[in-house]
Design a protein around this ligand. Structure first.
Ligand code: NAD
Length: 438
């Protein structure tokens, strides 16, 4: 199929490269010229496992190209995947500005070209957004009826940053919210060589499923971290507790997100929880469990700040800055929040994160780092050794092998392990080891 992908961020560039490698003819569109140029040079605009090689391969073979021109993309495709951002507004509500804009642009280009286009929304949006907000915009722009003159579907994305290419080719499920069966058929045929169960459901159900997923992931992490904190205070190894808890075959609970560790963050879980709670409040529905997941997460982050304060030392090295290992994504990263708290309290901080430094070098994340985090950018070091050298306290939030091998054993800086390092068992008996996740 000929596919246009709107938005070349984490979801869009992975979807575009993976679809191109499956034999589709793909054209990526972004308003950001830097991202478009990177893709046309065969480089991925994000740092993720396998995405660099895959992008180079499909651009070289001619299966993927990128443009800033919406009309060109619509001329060259019969299906459009929308992967633009849906961040939180300051009050927690969902920002639909980018969705509205791109929907209008696509509608206008389709009206000019003529013929039926299938518009597929992959962005996360609250139930009702597609039918009540975006379909009317599309119908007005096209001058026709959705489901008849133009196809519409919602196809939420379940990839996890860090393993997104792997997740694309082995999805946990494929959800297709279809306005009409023909639109659903187009989406199903896009992915027909992929494994996993396909669920064809009404449009608002597809929108809601994504929120069920993300709210539950946040809830599980909060549960594990609270339990971890209680266990630690009572002198119990929480990971051993979890191992046995999860081994209960009759309960059949997935271990995903249930290992006590550091606070969660990223561009999805916090903002999706925020907009779900905001929507519930607007509908006068009391949601005490959902509305306490983010405060629980904030308390956990505070525990890490207190561990540093308790050392009484001032020179701190932070290892890891992106919101989780394997990605360069800094949005709502709990490690960024931790760094900012320590920086604000006047600690003499140095930071090492290989993916963030690489991303800054190739230009993908440069603007974000330099405009939003200039105070942290100046603290980024080129090597883990340099940060160890500087530090009286090493705060470790990554399992990057380069960091693990640089961290000294025995006497030396205090080591605060935020994530339960692979050699935590051994380190635990060493002087200066402090674990957040025991
Ligand atoms: P992102 O911010 O990384 O990328 C969005 C891109 O859209 C940006 O490059 C931006 O320049 C571009 N854009 C904005 N307006 C545009 C327009 N009119 N035309 C073309 N491009 C435009 O976002 P993301 O992390 O890829 O997330 C995209 C959506 O997918 C969000 O709704 C998010 O909640 C959802 N999602 C994200 C993930 C994830 O792991 N990041 C996972 C599942 C779902």
């Amino acid at each position: 199929m000929r596919v246009s992908v709107f938005g070349l961020g984490y979801v869009g560039c992975v979807s575009a490269a993976c679809l191109a490698s499956m034999g589709h003819e793909v054209i990526g569109v972004d308003v950001n010229q830097v991202k478009v140029d990177l893709v046309n040079d065969g480089k991925a605009p994000v740092v993720e496992e396998r995405i660099g090689e895959l992008t180079a391969e499909v651009v070289r073979s001619g299966a993927l190209r990128a443009t800033v021109d919406v009309r060109e993309a619509i001329m060259g495709s019969e299906v459009s995947l929308i992967c633009v951002g849906t961040p939180s507004e300051p009050n927690g509500s969902l920002c639909t500005t980018y969705l509205e804009r791109v929907t209008e642009q696509i509608g206008a280009a389709v009206a000019e070209r003529g013929g039926r286009q299938t518009v597929v929304f992959r962005s996360t949006m609250l139930p009702g957004t597609c039918l009540n907000l975006l379909v009317p915009i599309l119908e007005k722009a096209v001058g026709g009826t959705a489901g008849v003159d133009i196809g519409v579907a919602v196809n939420p994305e379940f990839l996890r940053e860090g393993t997104s290419v792997r997740d694309f080719f082995d999805p946990p499920k494929t959800v297709i919210g279809e306005l009409d069966p023909a639109s659903g058929d187009v989406v199903a045929s896009l992915y027909d060589s992929l494994p996993g169960e396909v669920f064809r459901v009404p449009v608002p159900t597809a929108e809601a499923i994504k929120y069920a997923d993300n709210a539950f992931h946040g809830l599980k992490i909060g549960f594990a971290n609270e339990l971890g904190a209680v266990c630690q205070a009572l002198g119990v190894d929480s990971h051993q507790v979890m191992d046995v808890f999860l081994a209960d075959r009759k309960l059949n609970i997935s271990p995903a997100y249930l290992r006590p560790g550091f606070a969660f963050g990223g561009s999805c879980l916090p903002k999706d929880l925020r907009s779900l709670v905001y929507a519930a409040q607007r509908a006068d529905i009391s949601v005490p469990i959902l509305s306490h997941v983010l405060p629980s997460n904030a308390d956990h982050l505070q525990r890490a700040v207190e561990l540093v304060e308790r050392t009484g030392k001032r020179r701190v090295g932070l290892f890891g800055l992106s919101f989780k290992p394997g990605t360069d994504d800094l949005r709502e990263s709990p490690l960024v929040e931790l760094a900012e708290r320590l920086f604000g309290k006047g600690y003499d901080l140095r930071i090492y994160d290989a993916n963030v430094s690489l991303s800054r070098l190739i230009g993908a994340n440069r603007e974000y780092i330099e405009t939003r985090l200039p105070h942290l950018a100046q603290l980024l070091a080129d090597s883990a050794e340099e940060v160890v050298e500087h530090s009286e306290v090493c705060l470790v939030g990554t399992k990057d092998p380069a960091v693990l091998s640089a961290l000294p054993h025995g006497a030396g800086p205090v080591l605060i392990d935020l994530i339960r390092l692979p050699d935590a068992e051994e380190r635990r008996t060493e002087p200066g080891y402090v674990g957040l996740a025991w």
